[in-house]
Design a binder for this molecule. Structure first.
Ligand SMILES: [Zn+2]
Length: 392
């Protein structure tokens, strides 16, 4: 274990080692005489960094050896290893924050953590309860930050299976030998193979961001240390922008936004009513030009939904009439066929015949049908075809 420098001293950022073996398992890797590079494990992602000036982009434990996957060439002999310390320290902050938060949920509410995910963004734990209140979340967060602020030491101890009984462990240890305990005195005793700072104060702070209901558990998303500042910076930028656009102080943004949303709803309703009135008026005009109880009209860029509404307005105003409305929309020809209450001709059948002209798709009822297809004919030609088909 003395070769695993991350266990000897988790603060080592730079070290000397011998390259013992150079291999390729699909990717080039080296095995070292000793290393501070932490391999993926126990929920903590691997370190990255450099061996001399060659980049280490992944570290995994395979067949009992630690493989440092490299981008470049190394030869056997002495190298200097250097960790991407920002990445490692961030992982230590998140990982240790997880210990502290998990212990807070156990201490306060006896909720166990069943899984832990540490990725690039928010960190999450699943806790074994179906319900959790905002107040409970606040209490757990406050307790975790209290432990952080007290700057308690974080100790690690190698123990045997028998020695384990002396400790009040949070959960059973999965391994039988080389058992490593991570201890925050009078707070948390836990078997863990990850890396931790030497005191809780280095976690800096912990903030719960959100929760998500899982099947029988609650997923709690949180961030620690430097990620709290990153999240705060992102939210600050967004909120500042929102407040600037609303021309209000940041703390009044939500109220100002609600006013705008309420006003937009009223505007939308008024606009819909005005459009409806306009369609009624347009329907009247088209009815005035109807020939033999058929309204035939063509349009440019008119959504099919508007044509449907117009068709309904026309046939509601005159129960004896048929409305045939065709529009050229982008690369499509679209049409609506609607009939008044006293008409018996099927609009569905008319639509089916019309669709064959434009290689289109559509459907509807005997009273109102619509469809659209390719521009194989002009709008006028399609309209003429519909009128003619109706007369047959
Ligand atoms: Zn740990």
């Amino acid at each position: 274990m003395e070769n695993l420098l991350y266990y000897v001293d988790s603060t080592i950022q730079e070290f000397s080692a011998q390259v013992l073996h150079i291999g390729n398992d699909g990717r080039d890797y080296v095995v070292l005489s000793n290393t501070a590079f932490y391999p993926t494990g126990g929920g903590q992602p691997h370190d990255t960094g450099w061996l001399d000036d060659v980049e280490v982009n992944d570290v995994e434990k395979v067949d009992g050896e630690i493989r440092h996957y490299i981008n470049g060439q190394l030869s056997l002999g002495e190298v200097t290893g250097k960790l991407n310390w920002q990445r490692r320290f961030d992982h230590m902050q998140q990982h240790t924050g997880q210990h502290i938060l998990t212990a807070a949920f156990v201490e306060l509410f006896d909720y166990a953590t069943t899984s832990f995910h540490l990725g690039a963004g928010l960190v999450s734990i699943d806790i074994d309860t179906e319900e959790i209140s905002q107040e409970q979340l606040q209490q757990a967060e406050a307790r975790a930050n209290e432990i952080i602020l007290e700057n308690r030491p974080i100790e690690t101890k190698w123990v045997t299976k028998n020695e384990l009984e002396q400790y009040n462990l949070r959960k059973d240890v999965a391994v039988d030998e080389d058992i490593r305990l991570v201890i925050i005195p009078d707070y948390d005793y836990n078997g863990c193979g990850g890396t931790h700072p030497t005191s809780t104060g280095q976690v800096s702070m912990l903030k719960i961001m959100s929760t998500e209901k899982m099947k029988k558990q609650i997923r709690v998303y949180f961030v620690c240390g430097v990620r709290v500042l990153q999240e705060l910076a992102m939210r600050k930028a967004v909120l500042t922008d929102v407040a600037r656009q609303l021309s209000v102080p940041e703390e009044q943004s939500a109220i100002a936004l609600k006013k705008i949303m309420d006003s937009a709803k009223v505007t939308d309703r008024n606009l819909a009513e005005a459009q409806e009135a306009l369609l009624q008026y347009e329907a009247q005009e088209l009815l005035a030009d109807a020939q033999q109880h058929v309204v035939a009209a063509q349009f440019e860029n008119r959504p099919i939904q508007t044509l449907q509404k117009l068709g309904r307005c026309i046939t509601q105003q005159d129960a004896e009439v048929i409305a045939l409305l065709v529009a050229s929309n982008d690369d499509k020809l679209q049409f609506v066929a609607a009939r008044g209450q006293n008409v018996t001709v099927s609009m569905k059948n008319l639509a089916a015949a019309t669709l064959s002209i434009v290689n289109g798709k559509g459907g509807g009822s005997d009273a109102l049908a619509q469809g659209g297809g390719e521009k194989l004919v002009t709008t006028s030609e399609l309209l003429e075809y519909m009128v003619k088909t109706l007369g047959q």
